[in-house]
Write a protein that binds this ligand. Structure first.
Ligand code: ARG
Length: 459
């Protein structure tokens, strides 16, 4: 069959050009959105008296049938029809006859494709918020099981101060909370209708864009027709949000990988989320977090790719913009995979509380607290810091930890020490001493978990 735009041409398109310019192999993913947009458009054409009611009914029936056929796999998309929009229009005309050719009245593929992308991403954003909330719930549940689990907190990957494992997990709940807010904020800009912009300048037909917007439940219509067909900010924003989500997931992944190692031995991921080695029988590899960490790279790449495609593009539509799709679909798939796996992986992991606790007993992460103790006795913090630094050095030379020192040994460094320091130095007390809003004291962490649960329950 000939091209939908064939009139002006005398020659057939070169076969390689056809393959090179076609997007059907990937934009077929937009089939449902394309038909959804067309149904709203043709309904409006009827309401405005641009098309007779009988034609509108035929076209609508045809569109519904076409969608069913696509879902049943009965329509074979063809590269010579270039993209999903023209493949569907062809299928419609096959179904209803020449009246199907009236659907494209007052519309261009430029405002059509933009509309499809808005509809597509709008759905995805809602799904991602849901997936992120499921992950948050899994983290909160795991936190609730670990209000008494103490492990070393790190800075520079050096043991710093003991913290509750629940506190560590809730840090990620906060991070994913910001991700959710970012997605929800981007929704406002995704939830806008470009249709009615025509190719770039609007249309000569007396269309009603606001009616189309209300049918498709968009929050508003694009103000400017040139902007409507040229804007891909909403996709960039999604890719940027996705990059930050993946960055967060990759940080948690890295911790899971480290914690699963013999060197840390803080957690064990469930067998269902690990794989073995083809040669080393003892191996249990944390493939899922490793791959999430690795796949973060392609999501960043998709963001950089689209930013680069759009750089310096003159208004309005340019074919370059067809390159907005694969990176977006890839990002959606990559992030869906990661988030779907993470929630159950968090829920099923074994927390090796004793090993975490052992690590805390074998470090100097309570050093700040005896410095604070001396400050309580009136010593300026800077001097207290010096005293404890020397005490730690002494411990290292003697192969001891602070709790192993006798009071006499302590007193060599400062006469201000007394036997209350043995209480101060206990990891539980070190943790619970940080009883400030947002701190790691058990009371604060329990309150934080309760707040997180409240937010989750309200959505
Ligand atoms: N397949 C095209 C895309 O994804 C649809 C818009 C084509 N418009 C055009 N004037 N060639 O960008």
């Amino acid at each position: 069959m000939s091209k939908l735009w064939g009139g002006r041409f005398t020659k057939k398109t070169d076969q390689l050009v056809e393959e090179y310019t076609a997007s059907i192999l990937f934009d077929k993913e937009l089939a449902e959105e394309d038909i959804q947009g067309s149904l709203a458009h043709v309904t409006m054409l009827g309401k405005q008296g641009i098309l007779p009611a009988a034609d509108v009914e035929q076209i609508k029936d045809g569109l519904h049938r076409t969608l069913q056929k696509i879902k049943r796999g009965e329509i074979e998309f063809s590269v010579s029809d270039e993209d999903i929009h023209m493949n569907i229009e062809k299928a419609l005309i096959d179904d209803v006859g020449p009246v199907g050719g009236k659907l494209h009245t007052g519309r261009s593929r430029n405002d059509q494709v933009a509309t499809d992308m808005h509809l597509y991403l709008r759905k995805r954003v809602v799904e991602f918020v849901d997936l992120l909330q499921k992950l948050q719930s899994a983290l909160v549940e795991q936190a609730k099981a670990n209000f008494d689990t103490i492990l070393p907190g790190y800075t520079h990957l050096q043991r710093a101060q003991p913290i509750l494992f629940a506190h560590h997990l809730l840090a990620y709940v906060s991070m994913f909370g910001r991700d959710i807010e970012r997605l929800q904020d981007s929704y406002k800009r995704i939830n806008m209708l470009p249709l009615g912009a025509g190719a770039l300048a609007g249309t000569t037909f007396p269309i009603d864009r606001h009616y189309v917007a209300s049918q498709l439940k968009f929050g508003g219509v694009y103000e400017n027709s040139l902007d409507a067909v040229s804007d891909r900010d909403f996709i960039l924003e999604f890719l940027a949000d996705a990059s930050i989500i993946m960055m967060h997931l990759s940080r948690l992944s890295e911790e899971f990988v480290m914690w699963s190692s013999n060197e840390f031995n803080f957690i064990e991921l469930d067998d269902a989320f690990c794989t073995g080695s083809s040669i080393m029988p003892q191996k249990k590899n944390p493939d899922v977090p490793e791959l999430v960490r690795g796949k973060t790279g392609r999501v960043y790449g998709n963001l950089m790719g689209l930013l680069t495609v759009l750089k310096s593009l003159p208004l309005a539509y340019n074919k370059d913009m067809q390159e907005d799709k694969e990176g977006m679909f890839d990002t959606v798939r990559t992030m869906q995979g990661a988030l779907q796996l993470f929630a159950p992986m968090v829920a099923t992991m074994k927390v090796k509380k004793d090993n975490m606790r052992k690590a805390v007993n074998q470090d100097f992460s309570n050093a700040t607290d005896i410095a604070d103790f001396l400050v309580g006795k009136g010593l300026p913090f800077r001097q207290a810091h010096e005293v404890i630094g020397k005490t730690v050095l002494y411990c290292i030379e003697k192969g001891k930890y602070l709790l192993d020192l006798t009071l006499d040994e302590f007193k060599q460094f400062s006469p201000l020490f007394d036997d209350r320091i043995y209480t101060v130095l206990q990891p539980e007390n070190v943790v619970n001493a940080r009883n400030v809003y947002g701190g790691t004291a058990k009371e604060q962490v329990q309150a934080a978990a309760a707040r997180a649960e409240e937010v989750l329950a309200s959505t």
